[in-house]
Design a protein around this ligand. Structure first.
Ligand SMILES: C[S@@+](CC[C@H](N)C(=O)[O-])C[C@H]1O[C@@H](n2cnc3c(N)ncnc32)[C@H](O)[C@@H]1O
Ligand code: SF4
Length: 408
């Protein structure tokens, strides 16, 4: 089952936000995240907030329609709280959004559009499991307004997909990418995972090369994280499956950076590479401290220093909205220092780097030591701005430790 939510202070049942948080937005746009909490089966490594039909059962509030009705109600709540304002990016994630019928997924986007104006230039993404769609499905998504798609490829090796408990075959990804291009998606992204038990560096090279033959516009490559409470964690604890090896994951990262860069996909965030102009604007909004409203069970939101998160179970989520209440479980108000630390944590992961003037005097004093250790650079090359701190390749491998060393 998915992991527990963080604790926080109670969130108002009417969903209201402090006036200062809304005022900070001005007339600016927001981003919308729509979380679809369903999967056909649960992959052994995943602890995202998602449920199989068997886990949900047939109690009222568990159905897809109940979810769609509740998501519509939460969009209406968001529009009441934020007032009319443009939406710059929409991202439908999961779970498996493409477990919904194409008409249902397009209907979810249409609901978002009813409450928030969406410009022609908006980036509208859905995540997609390769086994769950065909050519007609993808055509319906483009006709309904989606212009970006992110396929969960994970690996091109059958034995790796089996350890991950993914249900698609390696060849399926080439087919769906071809259909997506033919349907007219302007941007196609592939998600890959490295460091799966039993995956060697050659397997990972084969996955990267297979991904690159599909000429994606964008690739996300994540180190496999063994999440507590997952089947994979239990298998490793029992010795049935070896644990991922840190040094091998580092080699995988370096190989990804080498092959993706050589193919014209530049890194723009630690785990993300894209062709110029195909960076994911939605994720950049998160990383740059933008405002977004997350609709759906367990979805997180952030507006002007207020963070909140919804109840996780789809039945509780539907029940709250059916009763005319906000589905927020709790919220957190970030003070100026917490916001500054968050900015350091997020912006230091970007290729654009972190504005040095965000750092305190004592943090700034540590920069030269980190640079001498080859972990960060500030204006040391023409492409690195003189007022921004950027991780080197070595620093990217040790990003969490570098930021810990930097912060007061
Ligand atoms: C949660 S999934 C949702 C989209 C879709 N269901 C899929 O699996 O592609 C988003 C991405 O997170 C990755 N992910 C989930 N759990 C992970 C873990 N423990 N370590 C690394 N990546 C993980 C998935 O493999 C996927 O590429
Ligand atoms: S399909 Fe995606 S969201 Fe569903 S269990 Fe697998 S990784 Fe998690």
């Amino acid at each position: 089952m998915p992991s527990a939510l963080p604790s926080g202070e109670p969130a108002p049942t009417d969903g209201s936000l402090p006036a200062s948080a809304v005022a900070e937005l001005g007339d600016g746009p927001i981003s919308l995240y729509l979380h679809v909490p369903f999967c056909a089966t649960r992959c052994g490594y995943c602890d995202f907030n998602t449920y199989t039909a068997a886990e949900l059962g047939s109690a009222p509030g568990s159905s897809r329609q109940a979810f769609l009705d509740a998501a519509d109600a939460e969009l209406a709540l968001a529009a009441r709280v934020l007032g009319p304002r443009p939406v710059d990016t929409v991202f439908v994630g999961g779970g498996t959004p493409t477990l919904l019928a194409a008409g249902e997924l397009v209907g979810l986007l249409a609901a978002a559009r009813r409450y928030f104006p969406l410009s022609d230039a908006a980036e509208v993404t859905t995540e997609c499991n390769p086994e769950s769609v065909d050519a007609r499905y993808l055509e319906a998504l483009v006709a309904g307004g989606f212009n970006r798609i992110s396929f969960g490829m994970q690996s091109a090796r059958g034995h790796v997909l089996r350890v991950l408990e993914r249900t698609h075959t390696p060849g399926r990804v080439a087919a769906v990418v071809g259909w997506a291009r033919a349907a007219g998606f302007g941007s196609v992204s592939l998600d890959l995972i490295y460091g799966t038990p039993g995956e060697g560096l050659d397997d990972w090279r084969a996955s990267l090369e297979a991904a690159l033959t599909l000429t994606p516009d964008h690739v996300s490559a994540y180190a496999l994280i063994v999440e507590e409470g997952t089947r994979l964690a239990a298998q490793i604890r029992r010795g049935e499956v070896p644990a991922p090896i840190d040094d091998l994951q580092a080699d995988c990262y370096e190989l990804a950076d080498e092959l993706l860069s050589a193919a014209g996909l530049g890194w723009y965030e630690l785990s993300n590479w894209s062709r110029p102009g195909h960076e994911c604007r939605h994720n950049l909004a998160y990383w740059r401290g933008g405002a977004w409203w997350g609709v759906g069970p367990g979805a997180h939101s952030h507006v002007g220093g207020v963070r909140w998160w919804n109840v996780k179970h789809p039945r509780r989520y539907s029940a709250a909205l059916s009763a005319g209440q906000s589905p927020a479980a709790a919220r957190e108000m970030l003070d100026a220092d917490a916001r500054r630390v968050e900015r350091v944590l997020l912006e230091s992961r970007l290729a654009d780097g972190l504005a040095v003037d965000v750092l305190t005097a004592s943090e700034r004093a540590r920069v030269s030591g980190l640079a001498a250790r080859g972990l960060v650079e500030v204006g040391s090359r023409p492409e690195v701005a003189t007022d921004r701190l950027r991780l080197t390749l070595r620093g990217r491998l040790l990003a969490d430790a570098v930021v810990r060393d930097l912060l007061d």
